[in-house]
Design a protein around this ligand. Structure first.
Ligand code: NDP
Length: 282
């Protein structure tokens, strides 16, 4: 008998549409480099099939899966446990399966935080968030739990910013305030870290969130959630003013790495995963 093992560890993703999601390439490159007999299957799962997809994953002994649009909130009712930050955010994008029990996590904010920590610790810092969608909510909760002193959240629709500020104020020691985003926003001198959490710049290297460029200053950290192109116009403008900049590619790779740590307790190679995405994005 051969002592080879032809049974792979199974992980993957449930979302729709999903044909343009490159996470499978990034994670499988990491698995290969680590010599792991593991697969990441990108599954097209419409909303009405989520329950059956989860049952299938449990039945087949999957270690865990990511989920994206449209499942991040709907999945909550199918879980046995929800990690603290995912509970506060109210959305799950990563689920682990252990002994048949499903535990939900949110790695969006954790991926951002890991990336941010390569340049600074948000503890005691004043943060500005541009945008109040799902990414902003995850970043707000995770940085607040990590000890951010204040969060200023601005959005075209101020109600969404107010909702996030309330979540942060109700669940953490961080003091969050919300405002309406009108015209070119001036970044206050008290702000240590400014974050673009809108889709402005995605697939458009010249798009720029409406901010007063003369308020970008040396010493300010400017982060973007946009992974493609990684060097957005916002980051190029910030570089030219002497700011420290962080791209959304790092956030995306960290997020993938953290998911695999949750499922398999293994840390995949950051550089291999980054190079894989860079090659795909061109
Ligand atoms: P949502 O649709 O949930 O939220 C989008 C937010 O951006 C809203 O607050 C919206 O404002 C605001 N917005 C959109 N267009 C404009 C505009 N032209 N001017 C001002 N504000 C605008 O999206 P997500 O939060 O899920 O995603 C946002 C971005 O984050 C996406 O591009 C996504 O690719 C990226 N992302 C990156 C990740 C990574 O790992 N790098 C992980 C997750 C997301 P309003 O409410 O007024 O409409």
């Amino acid at each position: 008998m051969s002592d080879q093992n032809f049974l792979s560890i199974l992980t993957g993703s449930f979302s729709t549409p999903c044909g343009d999601n490159p996470t499978v390439a990034m994670i499988e490159a990491g698995y290969k480099k680590a010599g792991l007999n593991a697969r990441y299957i990108n599954c097209n799962v419409p909303a009405e099939n989520l329950k059956d997809a989860i049952k299938g994953a449990v039945a087949m002994g999957w270690a865990g899966f990511n989920c994206s649009i449209p499942h991040k909130v709907a999945i909550l009712e199918h879980l046995d446990d929800v990690a603290e930050s995912a509970r506060i955010i109210g959305a799950v994008n990563c689920t682990s399966i252990k002994d048949g029990r499903l535990t939900g996590h949110n790695t969006d904010g954790k991926g951002f935080l890991a990336s941010l920590k390569t340049v600074t610790d948000p503890k005691g810092k004043n943060l500005l968030l541009l945008g109040a969608g799902g990414a902003a909510r995850a970043i707000a909760v995770e940085t607040a739990l990590a000890g951010a002193k204040t969060l200023t959240i601005i959005n075209r629709d101020p109600k969404k910013a107010e909702t996030i500020a309330k979540i942060v104020n109700d669940n953490t020691d961080c003091k969050a305030t919300a405002g309406k985003w009108e015209g070119d926003y001036s970044i206050g001198e008290d702000i240590d870290i400014a974050i673009n959490a809108t889709p402005i710049g995605l697939g458009d290297a010249e798009a720029l969130p409406p901010i007063a460029l003369d308020t970008l200053r040396k010493g300010l950290i400017v982060a973007d959630v946009i992974p493609n192109p990684p060097k957005t116009r916002l980051l190029r403008e910030a570089d030219s003013k002497g700011c420290t900049t962080l791209d959304g590619l790092g956030m995306l790779v960290n997020q993938g790495q953290i998911g695999v740590e949750i499922w398999l307790n293994k840390t995949l190679d950051f550089d291999v995963m980054t190079k894989t995405l860079k090659d795909i994005f061109g």
